[in-house]
Design a protein around this ligand. Structure first.
Ligand code: GDP
Length: 268
């Protein structure tokens, strides 16, 4: 079966939504473009909301990573709230030369905690500790720096599952580490990081993996064989779908033992 079909049938626990938030012009879109395509564009194009899907086969299992690249200026507050409730992991971006963008990250952290604390499953306190990576972008403009390590240390104090890193999408500094560390915190396979899987075509089937023939790989080779592709023409799940997910996460009449992500994959 092609990678794209496998990913469509990925089990709920292997489907994750990564939401990227932060003020406008801090480099959110540039970080995503580096992660997905290893490209950088000097031009600024305002983002309303971009949706990307990366699909993987890792140790024989299908995974799906949906990436929501949001607008920095909150044109639709209700949409913002929906993205906070439906996100499984977050990257909050500021620019090291912009104090206001750092203060926006502080506000976003509080909003995530507030939104997640309304989720029914937060009866299990651990679920409040959603994986968050705070990213100081544009570290190539050191001469304009206004945000220092002590600012970040203060911000992180007492927050679980929250880490920080500086990077430059322009110079491709630490971009991979942003994702490696986030996946590690979220207990996702390290092979989801760009350098740890082969980039293949979404229709890739995989030599030797077919039970009906082809070259047969040794078990050892198969289990270490990780591949990934950017899903072509991936459509953002509808707002109705997001609302259903949000409802499943906040509806107290459902059993707190249910995993809300079950609803997510069924209704997409
Ligand atoms: P977004 O609005 O947060 O998505 O920001 P963009 O990714 O569109 O980037 C805004 C502007 O900052 C663009 O002109 C980018 O070329 C530039 N930019 C993005 N990342 C970097 C970086 O690491 N260093 C520098 N110097 N400029 C960057």
């Amino acid at each position: 079966m092609a990678l794209v079909e496998q990913a469509n049938n990925a089990p709920a626990e292997n489907c994750h939504r990564l939401v990227i938030l932060g003020s406008s012009k801090v480099g959110k879109t540039s970080i995503v473009a580096r992660f997905l395509y290893n490209k950088f564009d000097d031009k600024y194009t305002p983002t309303i909301e971009d949706f990307h899907r990366k699909i993987y086969r890792i140790k024989g299992n299908a995974y799906r990573l949906d990436i929501l690249d949001t607008s920095g200026n909150h044109p639709f507050p209700a949409m913002r709230r929906l993205s906070l409730i439906t996100g499984d992991l977050f990257i909050l971006v500021y620019s090291i030369d912009n104090r206001e963008s750092f203060e926006e990250v502080r506000r976003l952290l509080d909003q995530i905690v507030e939104c997640k604390s309304q989720c029914r499953s937060v009866k299990d306190v651990k679920l409040l500790n959603v994986p968050i990576m705070i990213v100081g972008n544009k570290c190539d403009v050191e001469k304009d720096r206004v945000i220092h390590q002590y600012d970040v240390t203060n911000l992180l104090e007492g927050r679980l599952n929250t880490a920080s890193i500086e990077c430059s999408a322009k110079k491709n500094v630490n971009i991979e580490d942003v994702f490696v560390r986030l996946f590690h915190t979220a207990k996702l396979p390290s092979e989801m990081s760009p350098s740890l899987h082969r980039k293949v075509h979404p229709q890739y089937v995989g030599k030797g993996s077919s039970p009906t023939g082809g070259r047969v790989m040794s078990i050892r080779r198969k289990t270490s064989d990780a591949c990934g592709a950017v899903a072509p023409n991936a459509r953002r799940p509808s707002i109705r779908t997001d609302l259903l997910v949000a409802q499943s996460r906040t509806n107290s009449s459902t059993s707190p033992d249910d995993d809300p992500r079950d609803a997510k994959c069924v209704i997409q």
